[in-house]
Design a protein around this ligand. Structure first.
Ligand SMILES: NC(=O)c1ccc[n+]([C@@H]2O[C@H](COP(=O)([O-])OP(=O)(O)OC[C@H]3O[C@@H](n4cnc5c(N)ncnc54)[C@H](OP(=O)(O)O)[C@@H]3O)[C@@H](O)[C@H]2O)c1
Length: 388
């Protein structure tokens, strides 16, 4: 039987429109029943049947605040102009696995983000080396308009229990809050947040400036909102889910070490300390580098990505001081054959235009292998550090 808190949680989820199994999963995870992982071990729940046992991991996010945001989102459709007609921020799943690892990719409708989602699903062993728990884990694909994201819909048809699609326009704070509430209720953690959403040009609205004479205030503000502020607001609203992931990964590593029967305290302590922290990887661009700027131009895009670099570095410093730290990385994918680069490929030297498959593979490899010691660093697709 579910506890009172679990019943309340289930009702709240019903109001925000999350599927039945998500309700059961969230109830089972966080409200008195405990979370089953692998062979039926319980993690993190306070336990109705074992209420005398202390929870192994203290929950670090405020579920009531998340539920409030989700409820508000259900009542008031997102202000995003491109949002779907459904008031629900989430496509309900037929079955929500109690995944030991959750990756969230923003800007997943096309380009590098879409390819990352595909590889996380199709290449479970290879996609994030160094984070073995990512293999077979859950993937949340965030995009502005799930109803028009046909490639994601096709992937969801093939991986209905491993992929969920959530609506999130990074320039719309209500949409970010609603997405965080949805992910909190369905998964309770985010282990890897990869942010690819960005804008360089929009037909008839925005084009990269070739001279200061072409600088347009509205376009510049739009670039800063999407490329710098948006990803940082996502970090703000997903922060507790990231801390929760670090806490849980460490508790799980400690428990696994103890179960190996080499369970001296020092082994368990070592495993706990070396479990990977949650990671945020923000896609920047080499043109953001001030030291490497030899061509000029592209004022808004360049400067918005430089701002993203500074904000990401700031987060790296702040989140390293937390009890449950989070690793922050900046990534340059190279020049990649996507819609973003389409108008500017003429001068790309032979062999220097990468397929999205190649870029996604390289970048996921970097996300998987870097640790808290690398937090705040900026890496190119080949693993080389990029100068600021
Ligand atoms: N391609 C390159 O050569 C290259 C080079 C250096 C750096 N990068 C960086 O790599 C990342 C991925 O680029 P890409 O080539 O894959 O770009 P892309 O093909 O143009 O895709 C951009 C993605 O961002 C999404 N997006 C745009 N505005 C958004 C918003 N307000 N909220 C949420 N999502 C939004 C788009 O969604 P919609 O479908 O809804 O528009 C789309 O999914 C970007 O950060 C880019 O700056 C790319």
């Amino acid at each position: 039987m579910l506890s009172h808190a679990a019943t309340v949680s289930a009702r709240a989820l019903h109001r925000v429109g999350v599927g039945d199994v998500a309700r059961r999963a969230a109830a089972a995870r966080g409200f008195g029943v405990g979370r089953r992982v692998g062979g039926g071990r319980r993690l993190g729940g306070s336990g109705t049947s074992s209420s005398s046992r202390r929870p192994r991991v203290a929950r670090v996010f405020d579920r009531r605040a998340f539920r409030g945001a989700a409820r508000a989102a259900a009542d008031e459709p997102s202000s995003s102009s491109s949002s779907s007609s459904s008031p629900l921020p989430f496509s309900p799943l037929p079955d929500v696995p109690l995944s030991p690892h959750v990756s969230l990719v923003s800007g997943a409708s096309r380009g590098i983000g879409l390819e990352m989602v595909r590889q996380l699903l199709e290449r479970p062993d290879a996609s994030m080396r160094g984070r073995p728990s990512a293999a077979g884990g859950h993937v949340v694909a965030a995009c502005r308009d799930p109803s028009s994201a046909t490639a994601l819909a096709e992937l969801r048809g093939r991986y209905p229990t491993r992929l969920s699609v959530v609506r999130m326009d990074v320039t719309d704070v209500a949409a970010i809050e609603a997405a965080a509430a949805t992910v909190a209720e369905a998964h309770g953690r985010v282990d890897a947040l990869v942010q690819t959403a960005a804008v360089l040009h929009v037909a008839g609205e925005m084009a990269p400036e070739t001279s200061i004479a072409r600088l347009d205030e509205r376009s510049a503000i739009a670039a800063f909102r999407t490329n710098a502020l948006g990803p940082t607001l996502v970090v703000k609203h997903f922060a507790n889910l990231l801390h929760e992931a670090t806490a849980r990964a460490r508790a799980e590593a400690k428990e696994a070490a103890a179960e190996k029967e080499s369970d001296s305290d020092s082994d368990a302590g070592y495993a706990r300390a070396h479990a990977p922290a949650a990671v945020v990887a923000n896609l920047s661009a080499r043109v953001s580098s001030v030291g490497d700027n030899r061509l000029g131009g592209w004022h808004s895009y360049r400067a918005s990505k430089s701002a993203l670099n500074q904000l990401t570095k700031n987060c790296a410093i702040e989140f390293a001081r937390k009890k449950h730290p989070v690793t922050f990385l900046l990534l340059h994918p190279g020049t990649v054959a996507t819609d973003l680069s389409a108008p500017f490929r003429r001068n790309v030297p032979e062999g220097k235009l990468f397929a999205p498959e190649f870029a996604a593979e390289r970048l996921l490899g970097i996300v998987g292998e870097k640790t808290q010691e690398d937090t705040g660093k900026f890496f190119a697709w080949d693993g080389e550090e990029v100068q600021w």
